[in-house]
Design a protein around this ligand. Sequence first.
Ligand code: AMP
Ligand code: ZN
Length: 111
Amino acid sequence: MGCLFCSIAAGDIPSNKVYEDEKVLAFYDIAPQAPVHFLVIPKTHIQSCGAIDESNADIVAHCFQVISKVTRELGISDFRVVSNCGQQAGQTVPHLHFHVLSGRDMTWPPG
Ligand code: AMP
Ligand code: ZN
């Protein structure tokens, strides 16, 4: 079975893109949990935060540069970055992604 986010990164499944370069794609979440909710993914397949190592840490750092750049360009100063790792933590798509949520009050600790 194919990977949903690999298919989105390849352009085989359409997405509402916010940002794209050769390594990273950012696109709006199909089921937004805040007025602004987009996902930042590496185009290469990494399972989750639990699979980050020396071989792929550069692309993860790049994801965070993209988060900073895109939020700045959207005029967003207050936002939350979330990455669910594993089923119990709420991960439903097994391809590393960072949720960027903004535009409403957020609670802490998370549920
Ligand atoms: P997670 O549950 O943390 O693994 O996050 C997966 C996210 O992907 C969820 O917030 C979904 O709403 C979102 N999602 C699933 N399919 C799509 C899609 N085709 N386009 C955009 N977002 C999607
Ligand atoms: Zn994938």
